[in-house]
Design a protein around this ligand. Structure first.
Ligand SMILES: [Zn+2]
Length: 94
């Protein structure tokens, strides 16, 4: 859901009556939400890091297999293309 104060832009215009100008103000609601998200990511990462390397790899490999077109994945596997595989995961997990 988009922020009603800044429409998701992070900044909004506000009248500064003291200087009689409109000025850009950073949206504190969005800033607080970003901080909360960042904290939650850090906390979740701490918990997830308890799992094994193998289990995490298998989860991500399953994700790739289910989401990627098979010939594309096969090509990446043939080439042991680590960079493309990781890029796919990063882009598609968002
Ligand atoms: Zn906002």
């Amino acid at each position: 859901m988009e922020c009603e104060i800044c429409n998701g832009k992070g900044w909004f215009k506000q009248a500064n009556y003291h200087h009689e100008v409109m000025e850009w103000v950073e949206c504190l609601d969005c800033l607080a939400e970003q901080k909360q998200t960042k904290d939650m990511v850090a906390e979740a990462a701490k918990i997830i890091s308890q799992t094994s390397h193998e289990r995490l790899s298998k989860l991500l490999a399953t994700f790739c297999t289910e989401r990627m077109e098979p010939t594309r994945l096969a090509l990446m596997l043939d080439n042991k293309d680590y960079v493309s595989l990781m890029s796919f995961i990063e882009v598609n997990l968002k």
